[in-house]
Design a protein around this ligand. Structure first.
Ligand code: AMP
Length: 173
């Protein structure tokens, strides 16, 4: 699994700005078999944990979160950038390398006592996923695990997520 993913992730140096090596997952999405295996790997892991919903982080978290929710027969909840969701929202702000960002969920998206899996394509510093977990907790829910296709282990994003378990299919240590 790990080798298969790494073979289908393309490194784009200096995107979106100098010094960043962007992990382009589009070759992986384009390959039906690879995409199917990734979704099935997550589904196998989370079937037994019986989460109430999958929370996907905008925007590439949606690409894996929706098919995973379908495979598990549960609902999907989008966590989006500020100002994108049309109904009443709650938000959490977090620090980026430069400045701040806010992610939001609809107030009724996760109910008290619900257990969810938070998913994104990639774990870098962990700021984004940490904010998504805080958002779920603010709603009274709990995060069973944070799931990623790719982890940039050398950035130690896991440490940022503290007590929330982290699972990734391919790690660049
Ligand atoms: P972070 O909050 O630092 O963990 O960043 C995670 C978010 O930024 C995810 O939604 C990723 O899709 C995106 N991201 C951060 N760094 C990269 C990278 N090197 N390549 C691709 N996406 C990235």
């Amino acid at each position: 699994m790990e080798n298969m993913i790494k073979e289908h992730v393309r490194d784009i140096p200096d995107f979106p700005k100098p010094g960043i090596v962007f992990k382009d997952i589009t070759p992986l999405l384009k390959d039906a078999e690879v995409l199917r295996k990734i979704v099935e790997a997550f589904a196998e892991r989370y079937r037994a944990m019986k989460p109430h919903a999958i929370v996907g982080i905008e925007s590439r978290g949606f690409l894996f979160g929706v098919p995973l929710a379908q495979a598990l027969g549960i609902g999907f909840v989008p966590a989006r950038k500020q100002g994108k969701l049309p109904y009443k929202t709650i938000g959490i702000s977090y620090d980026l390398e430069y400045g701040q960002a806010t992610i939001e969920m609809h107030v009724d998206a996760v109910n008290k006592g619900e257990r969810v899996v938070v998913i994104d394509d990639l774990l870098a510093t962990g700021g984004t996923a940490g904010a998504a977990c805080a958002l779920v907790q603010k709603c009274g829910g709990s995060v069973v695990e944070c799931a990623f296709v790719v982890e940039l282990g050398f950035l130690h994003g896991r440490d940022q997520l503290k007590r929330t378990p982290v699972y990734s299919l391919a790690n660049y240590v």
